[in-house]
Design a protein around this ligand. Structure first.
Ligand SMILES: Cc1cc2nc3c(=O)[nH]c(=O)nc-3n(C[C@H](O)[C@H](O)[C@H](O)COP(=O)(O)O)c2cc1C
Length: 176
């Protein structure tokens, strides 16, 4: 299959996940084009058998370039096998209220863009202290403490479950 993966990433984890997905799908015999969302506007979606848009949650929102892309391509996305890969720290846990908040983020994204993704993949992200400034680091240490999560501000901490991601991608493409 011919697959497009377009992503946004603030601290780099979604970029890493998108690259991993591209490498995995390539290894499965698919032809994959991996692009940053800002560079995907001229992509002709009809050329692809499947399109994956990926972004991460910051303060309950996804990155603006991803919203802009989904909005401008909403009609074309509806014509192709598509999925939304949402990266967050909420996805690393099981708190029902946090999950309800995450679902609301996706709903807002769908409303803003006019694209209701038929498949939503929730993928756990990472604490990336190496990318944070002083204030972000402070805020993320506070969030970690609220979650009873032990973090060392000198070390990044990744929650992404790579094996599950592969299975999720397989399930998405199954039956194509
Ligand atoms: C400033 C900031 C705000 C965040 N807000 C949320 C949030 O509202 N909900 C959530 O589940 N995760 C939140 N996260 C966690 C990110 O989604 C997570 O770190 C993810 O791996 C970031 O992906 P990226 O490196 O591709 O930007 C936040 C992270 C930062 C640094």
């Amino acid at each position: 299959m011919n697959i497009l993966i377009a992503y946004t990433s603030t601290e780099g984890q979604t970029r890493k996940i998108a690259r991993y997905a591209a490498d995995y799908l390539n290894g499965q015999g698919h032809s994959v084009e991996l692009v940053g969302a800002k560079d995907a506007h001229d992509a002709e979606l009809a050329r692809f058998d499947a399109v994956l848009l990926a972004g991460s949650v910051h303060g309950g929102k996804y990155q603006k370039p991803l919203i802009a892309l989904a909005k401008s391509k909403a009609a074309a996305l509806a014509q192709v096998r598509s999925a939304f890969l949402s990266v967050s720290l909420t996805a690393a846990g099981t708190d029902a209220d946090e999950w309800a908040g995450l679902t609301a983020c996706v709903d807002r994204f769908a409303k803003k863009t006019g694209w209701t993704p038929p498949t939503v993949m929730h993928v756990a992200g990472a604490f990336r202290f190496s990318e944070y400034d002083f204030f972000k680091s402070w805020a993320m240490r506070w969030i970690a403490s609220q979650k009873n999560e032990q973090v060392d501000p000198h070390e990044d901490k990744e929650f992404t479950d790579w094996a599950t991601l592969k299975k999720t991608l397989d399930t998405w493409l199954l039956g194509a």
